[in-house]
Design a protein around this ligand. Structure first.
Ligand SMILES: Cc1cc2nc3c(=O)[nH]c(=O)nc-3n(C[C@H](O)[C@H](O)[C@H](O)COP(=O)(O)OP(=O)(O)OC[C@H]3O[C@@H](n4cnc5c(N)ncnc54)[C@H](O)[C@@H]3O)c2cc1C
Length: 448
């Protein structure tokens, strides 16, 4: 009995009793261990944000068996765990994004501007994944990738309360936002601008207790942001983000984005932890100060702060095509579009000591996101979806929003399922087949 408990616990330490280590060494060597193969799927997706969920639904619809791995406790990524439930650049999109927005509108779960209810997103994503037969595994972080000598990605490894587990797949999709899977598989990547500057992170929150009709001048417009900044400043809680934003969800509830955490890398867990704590404290102080300063805000409450700080700048994994700022400025058309992006270049707090956001003086013409920007260059069997597709710093600052992440995810899911169906590499999937299977859907004209 004691023996079996002990062997079950081996995965927790990862170091066998016989290992000896010198306490002064900077690294330790873990013993090799047997990892159980927990499952085999046609398509395995790392990350359950808007891109990963749309990828999973699309792949399942095309007949693939699908596993969706998510480190958090719910699906939705920035829309749910991140509490920035606001969908930009959806107006000219069709497909799954349009279906989801139509469903949200039918449920009366959209707010002013582009905001939507985070719990409704969880409900829709999780229900659709169940109905589509997607196997969802929460609380499971992808921590390793096994690539064959021929550079084929074959297996990935997760860690969770079940220990370390291996998952075999025919095609993998990196939808982790930060490009974790691509990096683990040994793909080259870019992070930040050419000097390494990064966009700021923000911890978002849900606030309530005030009637939106009583504070119209503080709501989301540019003027509203300036007014909220001035009010916070007057109250003694000058925000670290100079364009603090209250997005109305309904008459009594709001999403609040009012802080910036500067120059934090997405792969620095301690720095992310430190700024999460200081951002949460800043949010608390802002609400206390507003309650004391403005008669209309005395009942304002911090409903909940996000479980996950919002990370704008992740790795951009090398693919067969790299979107550049030149593509955006010239509104370049591609032979293999998955969707047309229209959003401006939106750089938060990375350049010139700017504590707001800037387009860096560049104007975007509607441009195509090509399927090639989703096909990893350095390993086979890996597609990219969402924020981590291949592009330069400025292009990423435009295509990173949900209205593009979702259709890019849908495209990756279709491409993966077709590669499995025809038993071919993802780069050999015919674009005609991709379109006939629902890729690059026609815009529906439905906006949020
Ligand atoms: C503060 C902030 C405000 C924003 N505002 C807007 C806005 O108003 N409108 C808009 O459209 N867009 C906005 N964005 C952009 C938005 O973040 C992206 O569009 C969206 O996150 C991209 O979706 P995604 O699925 O690629 O990534 P994410 O939403 O980041 O989802 C990635 C998922 O992968 C999971 N994950 C990460 N690593 C692993 C791993 N190793 N193993 C397993 N799972 C993993 C994460 O937990 C997460 O659920 C904002 C971003 C931030 C940070």
């Amino acid at each position: 009995m004691i023996e079996s408990v002990k062997s079950k616990m081996d995965w927790i330490s990862g170091v066998k009793e016989s290992s000896s280590s010198n306490r002064n060494e900077a690294t330790i060597t873990e013993s090799a261990r047997q990892v159980p193969v927990a499952g085999t799927y046609d398509v395995i997706i790392a990350g359950g944000g808007p891109a990963g969920v749309c990828a999973s639904l699309a792949a399942a619809k095309c007949g693939a068996s699908v596993l969706l791995l998510e480190v958090g406790g719910c699906l939705g990524g920035i829309l749910t765990s991140g509490l920035m439930s606001n969908i930009i650049d959806s107006a000219n999109k069709g497909g799954l994004l349009c279906e989801i927005i139509t469903e949200l509108q039918g449920m009366k779960m959209t707010g002013g501007y582009n905001s939507v209810d985070p719990e409704a997103i969880k409900h829709i994503f999780e229900r659709r994944a169940n109905q589509a037969g997607v196997k969802v595994r929460l609380h499971s972080r992808v921590v390793a990738a096994i690539v064959s000598p021929e550079r084929q990605l074959e297996t990935i490894i997760t860690e969770s309360s079940s220990g370390r587990e291996a998952w075999r797949g025919k095609v993998f999709i990196d939808a982790t936002g930060n490009g974790d899977l691509g990096a683990l598989a040994g793909c080259s990547y870019e992070l930040g601008d050419s000097t390494g500057r990064l966009q700021a992170m923000s911890l978002c929150a849900l606030v309530y207790g005030v009637d939106a009709t009583k504070i119209p001048e503080l709501l989301r417009s540019d003027e509203g942001k300036r007014n909220l900044y001035e009010l916070l400043k007057k109250s003694g809680a000058t925000p670290s983000y100079s364009m603090p934003t209250l997005f109305p969800l309904n008459n009594k509830g709001f999403l609040l984005m009012s802080n910036h955490q500067y120059q934090i890398r997405p792969d620095d867990a301690q720095a992310i932890s430190d700024v999460t704590l200081s951002a949460r404290s800043e949010l608390w102080n802002q609400i206390v100060a507003l309650r004391l300063t403005d008669q209309r805000l005395t009942e304002l409450r911090l409903g909940v702060t996000a479980a996950q700080i919002g990370i704008r700048e992740g790795r951009r994994i090398a693919a067969q095509y790299r979107l550049t700022v030149d593509d955006l400025i010239h509104g370049r058309r591609q032979p293999d579009p998955v969707c047309r992006a229209t959003f401006s270049i939106d750089i938060h707090g990375a350049l010139d000591g700017n504590s707001g956001y800037t387009s860096s003086g560049m104007k975007v013409q509607p441009y195509d996101i090509p399927l090639r920007a989703l096909i990893a260059r350095d390993v086979s069997g890996l597609l990219l979806a969402g924020r981590c597709i291949c592009g330069d710093f400025y292009a990423h600052a435009s295509y990173r929003v949900v209205g593009n992440a979702a259709p890019v995810g849908e495209a990756a899911g279709i491409c993966a399922a077709l590669a499995v169906r025809h038993n071919i590499p993802v780069e050999e999937v015919s674009y005609t087949d991709f379109v006939q299977s629902g890729g690059n859907p026609h815009p529906s004209g439905n906006n949020i």
